[in-house]
Design a protein around this ligand. Structure first.
Ligand SMILES: [Zn+2]
Length: 161
């Protein structure tokens, strides 16, 4: 005998696996996702989207949104980063967005913001511009290490008094 989960919505029906297709709209454009697996209640008709489907559909929807918005694709982002010979972590540190942002952009897990997209396009066209950001980072690091040195100096002065 096959076991069915009880419906969490009505508590009466049971959830039955169903393969369907789902249509999504974004800014007037539509996308149809086939093999969309849901678990539908045979009493109230409510449904839960299958976990795997949710993940794969999420990726497809981000791709779709990127297309509609005219944003760079994960491959294009990867190619731009490679131009600079920087790791995903370093790129995220320099451009902002955090260490994991580029790993996520490049796998399509995360859709970059419009400002990040613009920045990447500028860097792609004018690679030397990245120097401005790198120099700025170095300055910040220098400032920090200077502060630490000052602190150490103070400490050593105090202890020698
Ligand atoms: Zn139900």
């Amino acid at each position: 005998m096959q076991e069915f989960k009880k419906c969490p919505f009505c508590g009466k029906g049971k959830l039955v696996k169903k393969v369907t297709e789902e249509v999504f709209n974004y800014k007037g454009k539509t996308i149809t996702i086939p093999d969309y697996v849901i678990h539908e209640c045979n009493v109230c008709g409510e449904s839960i989207v299958d976990r795997k489907t949710l993940k794969s559909a999420g990726k497809k929807l981000k791709e779709f949104k990127r297309q509609v918005e005219g944003l760079l694709t994960p491959e294009e982002i990867r190619n731009i980063r490679k131009k600079f010979g920087l790791s995903q972590e370093k790129m995220g540190e320099i451009l902002g967005g955090g260490k994991k942002s580029f790993a996520r952009y490049e796998t399509g897990q995360l859709c970059q913001s419009r400002p990040m997209d613009n920045l990447l396009r500028i860097l792609d066209a004018y690679p030397f511009v990245i120097q401005i950001l790198i120099k700025d980072k170095i300055k910040q690091v220098e400032k920090q290490s200077r502060k630490i040195k000052d602190l150490e100096l103070q400490k050593s002065l105090q202890s020698s008094e």
